[in-house]
Design a protein around this ligand. Structure first.
Ligand SMILES: [Zn+2]
Length: 386
């Protein structure tokens, strides 16, 4: 169980298979986010049809409503949601920090005010694992603190040391053998703190590791060196998960640097606002130009929306506030990211990933490829240099 087998490497980029109790997935992969136990507007059948493999659900939201016991009474998330494939749950930590009111962080855990009814709730490493065991995902996450950006260096250090102690507590209370507990490496954008977190976290030898604490407001110029530094020091034979990251350019740069798993609400959220992801950048269906365009969102896409509808029709639905519009834009955006990752897996298999990524970026960034992206591709081609 949880065997991770690297199939092909191309520079730092790699393809692999990851065995979970609910089936084997192929990495790199993008995981759609089903915050409330549903990927907003998209049915489980549609998720399977567009190539989704693993779906993420949020511990914080589900423990507050409807409560993990109700999910457990359905046999866990697959029975509750009718999505038959593997799931990953987060620890709840990140959302307590971002959504919980009047939170107080102590050595014991976090106390916060429930954003739904104002009641006092405590989330500890033990409680997080208990809830995640009831939710029954295949991959569960260690309870950590993701410090905000910017934060004092001394605070980031104290926080990462506490996160390691919390990891130990998660590790101790975990009872289910059929769930893989992933540890999370913190340390902000500071290399020495990342190294400290790595040295304390790697000995737990968990079945996978996440790079946490990034994409919280820092620039890409600060973020990607931290991704490169951390990913290159994680074990070769374990999956690496870059949490909460999922713009198209992030998937390409992350995969270049050896990341295997991603999740983000971006494709569905930006879809609900009327934007479509394409190789030419983000298309705005709210624009007056879109109202008369008799072409698909993305002529190269094979999703239901692109095979059946014109931009003009979808722009009309959007203006009329018809619910099919956000549904079809979300479906297309998820399919775009899955197809983007599939193309990268092919490029890695055929050993021309860096050339593929350079060509993709020329078109996506319209000729002005940012320096952070160029550097990620350069580092990708040289696996031996840290
Ligand atoms: Zn499409």
């Amino acid at each position: 169980m949880f065997e991770f087998e690297v199939k092909q490497r191309d520079g730092r980029a790699r393809t692999a298979t990851f065995a979970t109790p609910r089936g084997q997935v192929t990495t790199p992969m993008f995981m759609p986010v089903g915050t409330q136990g549903t990927v907003k507007g998209i049915s489980p059948q549609e998720l399977s049809d567009i190539g989704s493999q693993m779906v993420l659900a949020n511990t914080y939201h589900l423990m507050l409503r409807p409560g993990e016991q109700l999910v457990e009474a359905h046999g866990g998330l697959p029975g509750f949601t009718a999505y038959p494939g593997p799931f990953l749950t987060d620890s709840g930590g990140f959302q307590v920090m971002s959504l919980g009111h009047l939170r107080k962080i102590t050595e014991e855990g976090v106390v916060f005010k429930n954003h739904l009814d104002g009641s006092r709730v405590e989330l500890t490493p033990e409680r997080s694992i208990q809830v995640q065991e009831a939710l029954g995902a295949d991959v569960i996450m260690a309870f950590d603190e993701c410090p905000p950006y910017p934060a004092e260096r001394s605070y980031i250090q104290a926080s990462l040391e506490r996160t390691v102690r919390w990891l130990e507590r998660c590790h101790t209370v975990k009872t289910r053998e059929d769930q893989a507990l992933f540890a999370i490496v913190q340390g902000g954008v500071h290399e020495d703190l990342r190294l400290q977190s790595l040295e304390a976290t790697l000995p737990f030898a968990t079945p996978g590791f996440a790079v946490g604490g990034l994409a919280v407001g820092e620039s890409k110029e600060e973020m990607y060196p931290a991704v490169a530094f951390t990913a290159s020091r994680l074990p070769e034979n374990k999956p690496r998960y870059l949490m909460g990251v999922g713009h198209p350019e992030d998937l390409v740069a992350g995969i270049a640097l050896g990341i295997d798993m991603f999740d983000c609400v971006y494709p569905t959220r930006t879809g609900r606002f009327g934007y479509a992801l394409t190789d030419d950048g983000r298309l705005n269906l709210n624009s007056s130009a879109a109202r008369t365009q008799l072409v698909p969102l993305d002529p190269e896409c094979d999703c239901y929306a692109c095979r059946h509808y014109t931009r003009a029709y979808l722009a009309h639905l959007l203006r009329a506030e018809e619910m099919l519009a956000p549904r079809m834009l979300s479906l297309h955006n998820l399919r775009y990211l899955h197809r983007l990752v599939e193309r990268m897996r092919d490029a890695i298999t055929q050993q021309h990933f860096q050339a593929w990524a350079a060509e993709w970026s020329q078109r996506y960034f319209r000729g002005s490829v940012p320096e952070w992206f160029r550097q990620a591709l350069q580092q990708s081609a040289h696996p031996e240099t840290p």
